[in-house]
Design a protein around this ligand. Structure first.
Ligand code: AMP
Ligand code: MG
Length: 338
């Protein structure tokens, strides 16, 4: 199959393919999604096949507006209106109980709830409208690879396997959406993302909980997808605390390890010799935007024995960055005396 790259003005052609049951990747503010009409179970099955995604990991249903969820949702949480008004379109996925048989078990993994999001990308919202149905959209990568943040990443992983990619350049945020469970009485964050616990609590004026596994690593996550090991590059990834950079570089020199650096300019400028992927600036926003891209680049270049990465405090956006990085690093930190 030829995978066509659609420029942003070729929306009609992309929508035509989706209507026919083909798969088309679409841009969002978080990462690129692998789109299929959520109401065509055969197409949704192909999404799992193409990605190699475990079938018990339910998909997010992407809508063009809040009204589109009404056909499926059985009961809204009392805070829904406030949340949607404030955070949609945006990087916040909401879980609601759904009407029986309103969505195929292929989409929901057989659960009685489903995940919904209105992405903040005008062209993708238009694409959903033109298709006339919500789109499922897991990240458009091969399972086990970092999520794609450019159309080129999607092409690299899925060329020949999907009908098209709608190209809108690099994504703004760089990691997947926050997942908020609104199916019980207290809102619970199941996956950290760019909409933070603090932001939610400020807007809602009520406590928002974190799923047990986000507080204690040994707990089983409520969200089926969070139990899977995400990207672990062939090259080992090791996290380095701010005060340990000198020691880490010394250790590498002494042990003749070729080092890949995934860091902001402040650290990157101190260590010129290494194979480096430098984030745009030293903020956690820039690091989050560059994380997957950097891991892909350093791992594929295959120049390094080890990738050393910068860490951030695990609050606000740092919680999302560290959640993804820790998975890539298998929780491993550089320890001075080892
Ligand atoms: P992805 O499509 O890869 O961004 O992943 C979607 C995330 O939402 C995964 O972690 C899923 O397990 C999670 N998810 C989707 N539907 C539900 C649901 N009904 N209940 C809990 N988690 C869900
Ligand atoms: Mg994914």
């Amino acid at each position: 199959m030829e995978t066509k790259i659609f420029q942003i003005e070729e929306l009609d052609d992309a929508a035509e393919l989706l209507k026919r049951g083909e798969l088309v990747a679409f841009p969002t503010e978080t990462v690129y999604g692998l789109g299929a009409d959520a109401l065509l179970p055969e197409s949704v099955k192909q999404v799992f096949q193409v990605k190699g995604r475990p079938s018990d990991n339910p998909l997010i249903v992407h809508v063009a507006d809040f009204k589109m969820t009404e056909h499926f949702v059985d009961k809204y949480h009392p805070l829904t209106e406030k949340i949607v008004q404030h955070f949609w379109p945006g990087p916040l996925t909401l879980i609601f109980p759904i009407k029986k048989n309103s969505l195929s078990p292929v989409v929901t993994g057989g659960l009685s709830t489903a995940a919904f999001r209105m992405p903040d990308n005008k062209k993708t919202l238009e694409l959903i409208k033109k298709t006339g149905a919500p789109l499922v959209g897991p990240s458009a990568n091969t399972s086990g690879k970092p999520s794609p943040t450019t159309a080129e990443h999607v092409y690299h992983d899925l060329k020949g396997k999907i009908a098209g990619i709608l190209d809108d350049g690099a994504t703004q945020i760089g990691v997947e959406s926050t997942v908020l469970d609104l199916s019980g009485s207290i809102p619970i964050i199941l996956r950290p993302g760019a909409v933070t616990k603090k932001q939610l609590e400020e807007v809602l004026q009520t406590e928002v909980l974190l799923d047990k596994h986000l507080v204690k690593e040994s707990e089983t996550p409520k969200s089926p997808g969070m139990k899977y090991k995400h990207y672990s590059p062939d090259t080992p990834v090791v996290m380095v605390r701010d005060n340990d950079w000198e020691s880490a570089i010394q250790w590498a020199e002494q042990n003749q390890k070729a080092v890949g650096l995934l860091v902001g300019p402040m650290i990157g400028n101190k260590f010129q010799s290494a194979d480096r992927y430098i984030f745009q600036d030293d903020t956690v926003e820039a690091a989050t935007r560059g994380l997957y891209s950097g891991l892909r680049a350093l791992d594929e270049a295959d120049h390094s024995d080890v990738i050393l990465t910068q860490i951030f405090e695990e609050n606000e956006l740092g919680a999302a960055y560290m959640n993804r990085l820790k998975k890539a690093a298998g929780q491993k930190y550089f320890e001075k005396n080892s």
